[in-house]
Structures are given as structure tokens and as C-alpha cells.
Design a protein around this ligand. Structure first.
Ligand SMILES: *Cc1c(COP(=O)(O)O)cnc(C)c1O
Length: 347
């Protein structure tokens, strides 16, 4: 029995085609700017998203760190959502390494930060306060797509108030795929439409795009020059990293449009679980599905994950479960997950 791993879209194995591209990649010393595969990836993603420049970094965490620290100085502040990765899940890096103060805001039910909350959080120029310099948003956020009209309003507000804007677009292409499906338009132009609203954008290749390692930070030339210095300081100046960049380039070429399949599988899982008593399913926008256990199902939740593991299904959570679909999940695996969850609560 093949295990279906729904814990995260980071668990993907590089495909044979991706491994071949990585093995064949021409490389050089990227700290000298000599790695042709890194340079090619940086040019591809910058061109695709409409930026002057991009920087290849090992992780999304480092990408966000380089982003925040390139926008902000010591004593500056960034406005961010409570649940955003670059506030909650990155060890407080912007504060620890950059002395940049976060100003976290609560999210609305749709994942957005209320415009009034953003506006109220922007500090006046007064020596009592940190200098509010940056608005950081995330799309998708926990698999939710932030509406384009909202992104336009929020970034316009930030600009009007003199703030820079950063998008944690670890799953930007998932948002673009969902948006393209609604608009009947092209995925890549939707990605560019979202990205064009921001001064900087971080994209992960190691999530649904299926590369083993790597993210890129995009912005204008001066910004990326600053980010390059911070990347070096953070220990992210890699050498023959073209081997990794080639995997990311392969993902960019072959794995963007196929994210639609992951979204379809998340919907299949949601529909399959919808009938089970005590299992409350949130309709997924993209590839991440949240499920809340209620009533008697909640009382039995501790036994669920071990039961699923016995049936070759991996997931995370306790009362609130998270399932992520990705490149290594197929309909058979999803159906097995549905059956295993069903059999647990039927017993
Ligand atoms: C995964 C993730 C990151 C960080 O990426 P790592 O490569 O794990 O450091 C940043 N932002 C979001 C939204 C993510 O999902």
C-alpha cells in the first residue's frame, strides 16, 4: 500500500524529469554571480512576475527575512496578520535579526486584514513610535485566496500612506490558478496581476510546485541588491546552487498549471468528507483543506491520526485537521483517506 501523505505540500519527491534537469544543470559559484542556472531562474521568475530582479534563496523563511530587512531599518515596523508566516512561523526573525518590530493585526474571516485596522495601525511620525514602513500580506493564506480587489485596495492604502508592500506568495501560483479558474483567464497572467500590486514578492518552489529546495524574492534592482547582502549575512550565499535552481526552473515550467489538479483533489476530499457526522468541512479555495471535528467526533479525535496512519494516510491536527494535496497525491489516495476517516467514525 502506497502512503498518501496529506500533511503538507512540502513533502513532494522530485520527479524523474526534475531530477534529470537538476543533474544536467550548468553551475558556477553563485556568490560570484557565476551560476548560469541560478541566474536563469532569477531572470525567469522576475520576467514572469514583472519585476526588475530576483534572488534565489534556500527557504521561504529566508526570503521573507531578506524582504522585510531590505524594506525596513532597525526601529522600523511592519504591519502583518497574526496568522501570517512572516510573523507567526519564522521564529520572530525580523525582530531577532533586524530589530524590526512587527505590528500584528487580527484577520477577518476571509483572511484579509481590515483596511480600517491597517490604517489605524500606521503610526504618526512621532518619537514615541516605531516608524511604520511596510505592509506584508500573504496569498494564499492557509489555502485561502485573498480577493484581487482587496489586494488592490490594501496596497493602494499602503502606498498612499508611504508604506512599502511585501507579498509572501509562497503559494502565489495556487492563488493564481484559483483566480484564473474564476476569471477564465491565464494562470501566469493572474500571478503577474497579483504580483504587480506589490513592491516585493516571495515565491516558494518547495511547496506545491514540487521542487526539493528553494524560494525566490522579487523586487527592483536596488531592493534585490540590498537583499543579496542580507542573504549573505544570513548564511544564504550558496555556491553551485544551480543544481537546486534547475529544479525550481523545471517546476516553474512544468508544475504551475497542474496545481489545478491539486485543487480538484482537495475539493474531492471535501466532498467525500462532507457526509460524515461530526466532520465539518471548510470548502477549499486551493490545495489546503481544513476540517473541524465536533460533538462525539471531537471526543474521539486523538485516535484518528493513528488509525489513518494504519491505513496509509498521513495528516496533521487534532480537533482541526489539515490536509494538503500536491504532486504526489492522486484520486486513489484521496478516496482512501475518505474511506479511512469514514471507517474510523462509523466504528
Ligand atoms: C512554507 C512557507 C514559508 C516558509 O518557507 P520555508 O521554505 O519552509 O522556510 C513562508 N510563507 C508561507 C506562506 C509558507 O507557507
Amino acid at each position: 500500500m502506497k502512503t498518501v501523505d496529506l500533511r503538507s505540500d512540502t513533502v513532494t519527491q522530485p520527479t524523474p524529469g526534475m531530477r534529470a534537469a537538476m543533474a544536467a544543470a550548468p553551475v558556477g559559484d553563485d556568490v560570484f554571480g557565476d551560476d548560469p542556472s541560478v541566474n536563469a531562474l532569477q531572470e525567469q521568475i522576475a520576467a514572469l512576475l514583472g519585476f526588475e530582479a530576483a534572488l534565489f534563496v534556500p527557504t521561504g523563511t529566508q526570503s521573507n527575512l531578506c524582504g522585510v530587512l531590505s524594506h525596513c531599518q532597525r526601529g522600523d515596523e511592519y504591519i502583518v496578520g497574526q496568522m501570517q508566516h512572516c510573523y507567526r512561523w519564522e521564529g520572530g526573525g525580523a525582530a531577532v535579526f533586524g530589530s524590526v518590530q512587527p505590528q500584528p493585526l487580527n484577520h477577518q474571516a476571509d483572511g484579509t486584514l481590515a483596511l480600517a485596522d491597517i490604517e489605524a495601525a500606521i503610526k504618526p511620525d512621532d518619537p514615541h513610535f516605531a516608524r511604520t514602513r511596510l505592509l506584508a500580506l500573504e496569498n494564499t493564506l492557509g489555502g485561502k485566496v485573498l480577493p484581487l480587489a482587496y489586494l488592490q485596495q490594501a496596497t493602494a492604502l499602503a502606498r498612499a500612506k508611504g508604506l512599502a508592500t511585501h507579498l509572501d506568495g509562497a503559494r502565489l501560483f495556487n492563488a493564481a490558478v484559483a483566480q484564473a479558474a474564476v476569471q477564465g483567464s491565464d494562470v501566469r497572467s493572474e500571478a503577474r496581476r497579483i504580483a504587480s500590486l506589490f513592491d516585493s514578492v516571495s515565491v516558494c518552489f518547495s511547496k506545491g510546485l514540487g521542487a526539493p529546495v528553494g524560494s525566490t524574492l522579487c523586487g527592483n534592482r536596488d531592493f534585490i541588491a540590498r537583499a543579496r547582502r542580507i542573504r549573505k549575512m544570513a548564511g544564504g550565499g550558496m555556491r553551485q546552487s544551480g543544481v537546486l535552481a534547475a529544479g525550481a526552473s523545471y517546476a516553474l515550467e512544468h508544475h504551475v498549471e497542474r496545481l489545478a489538479q491539486d485543487h480538484a483533489l482537495a475539493r474531492r476530499l471535501a466532498e467525500g468528507l462532507a457526509g460524515i457526522e461530526g466532520v465539518q468541512v471548510e470548502a477549499p479555495d486551493t490545495n489546503i483543506l481544513f476540517v473541524d471535528l465536533t460533538g462525539p467526533a471531537r471526543e474521539r479525535s486523538a485516535g484518528l491520526l493513528p488509525h489513518l496512519a494504519q491505513h496509509g494516510v498521513l495528516a496533521t491536527g487534532l480537533y482541526r485537521l489539515r490536509f494538503a494535496t500536491h504532486l504526489d497525491v492522486d484520486a486513489e489516495g484521496v478516496d482512501r483517506a475518505i474511506a479511512a476517516i469514514g471507517s474510523f467514525f462509523a466504528a
